[in-house]
Design a protein around this ligand. Structure first.
Ligand code: DP6
Length: 363
């Protein structure tokens, strides 16, 4: 089975105490992942832009130990964050067979985000991706000779994406950039349910350095966790149609990305965002995750497009915040529009200016 190649073997050496640091970005899906089965496998293929400025920095300190329990502590911005620990424990349990050395070391995981913790931006994609990279990097050190400090190969990055997926599905799309596909798709060779892969088809220059300004409409705790949300797709009346729609939207996006047809891009991306929310509104129990200000922003984006011919559009995650997407050529005018018209609908007028990025970096 394809998965066997990720299973870890034993190591002949033990590392002394040390640390490894990685910075990994967040990503924004154009075609959404919503619904999973088995061990974190997606019910449909998804595609995302990797972001640049929204990222997590993680330093993983390790120290050899002899007891066989998992031992780790998590710190956010220098402060112990025990609320993260159950999620990390579950992650360690899931990845143990792929990274068998994790019981042999005590870990101190220090993490910080470039975006405020309370911004309503999920740090799980960037956080799990950074942690998976630290672990694969450590595995590489365990296998290397004392003088060699090899950098991660394509196969190592694939393994890190495979592990990140087991922490949080969308995290497997955060390691590289600028566009990543996750989930088998008949027209995308090499696409896999197990890890994210770089989108290798031609991309028109209009989509280079695409802009994403994240409007922070609601900074509160998520009303529905993504785990619960994904579960609601199991007995969902429209699940089958939704999974087919995602696959067909990804098919439609391939020529659109190639030809630079931004008008078609807008239709696919906005429809995906609204379909995601429609799934939540029609599940049992049902949720409305948009806020009045979310709707106000969407309507103003439509009106601005109508009036000015701009190619600005929106996408949404499982929350009230709005990702405003637009070509780099429109940066000045759209930022002006955001400042003058949209920022009033954000909590404390706050938004994050971001753009497409190229993936994680070792620090
Ligand atoms: C709406 O990756 O957060 O952002 O696998 O349970 O950790 P888990 O879910 P998560 O789901 C993200 C869903 C989404 C759409 C997307 O990013 O594709």
């Amino acid at each position: 089975m394809a998965i066997d190649r990720f299973v870890g073997s034993s190591y002949s050496q033990k590392l002394p105490s040390g640390s490894i640091s990685w910075q990994s970005p967040s990503n924004i899906a154009l075609v959404k992942y919503w619904g999973k089965y088995g061990e974190q496998l997606p019910m449909n293929s998804s595609i995302s832009f990797t972001l640049k400025n929204s990222h997590t920095n993680t330093t993983m300190f390790f120290e050899p130990k002899s007891s066989s329990e998992f031992e780790f502590e998590v710190f956010l911005d220098g402060k112990r964050e025990s609320s993260f620990e159950p999620k990390i424990l579950k992650f360690f349990e899931r990845i143990e067979k792929y990274i068998p050395f994790i019981r042999d070391y005590k870990f101190r995981i220090e993490t910080s985000n470039s975006f405020p913790h309370s911004s309503g931006i999920a740090s799980s994609a960037s956080g799990m991706s950074a942690l998976a990279l630290c672990l694969v990097d450590m595995e590489l050190q365990l296998r290397s000779t004392p003088d060699g400090s090899p950098s991660l190969s394509e196969a190592d990055i694939q393994k890190a994406s495979f592990l990140a997926r087991l922490g949080s599905g969308s995290a497997c799309r955060s390691l590289q950039g600028p566009i990543i596909v996750w989930g088998e798709h008949p027209e995308i060779e090499g696409s896999s349910n197990l890890y994210g892969t770089q989108y290798k088809f031609e991309v028109h220059e209009k989509f280079h350095n695409y802009q994403d300004t994240i409007l922070l409409v609601d900074k509160g705790e998520k009303q529905v966790s993504s785990t619960v949300g994904h579960e609601l797709m199991h007995d969902h009346p429209f699940a089958k149609q939704r999974f087919e729609q995602a696959g067909s939207n990804l098919s439609k996006l391939i020529p659109v990305l190639k030809n630079g047809d931004v008008s078609e891009f807008i239709k696919i991306v906005e429809s995906e965002a609204l379909s995601l929310h429609a799934m939540m509104m029609t599940s049992m129990p049902y949720f409305i995750l948009m806020k009045p200000n979310t709707l106000e922003i969407l309507n103003r984006i439509w009106a601005f497009r109508e009036e000015t011919g701009s190619k600005v559009c929106f996408t949404l995650d499982a929350g009230a915040n709005v990702h405003v997407l637009y070509p780099e050529a429109e940066k000045e005018s759209v930022l002006n529009f955001i400042n003058t018209e949209l920022s009033q609908f954000c909590k404390n007028n706050e938004f994050i200016v971001d753009e497409v990025g190229f993936g994680a970096v070792k620090k």
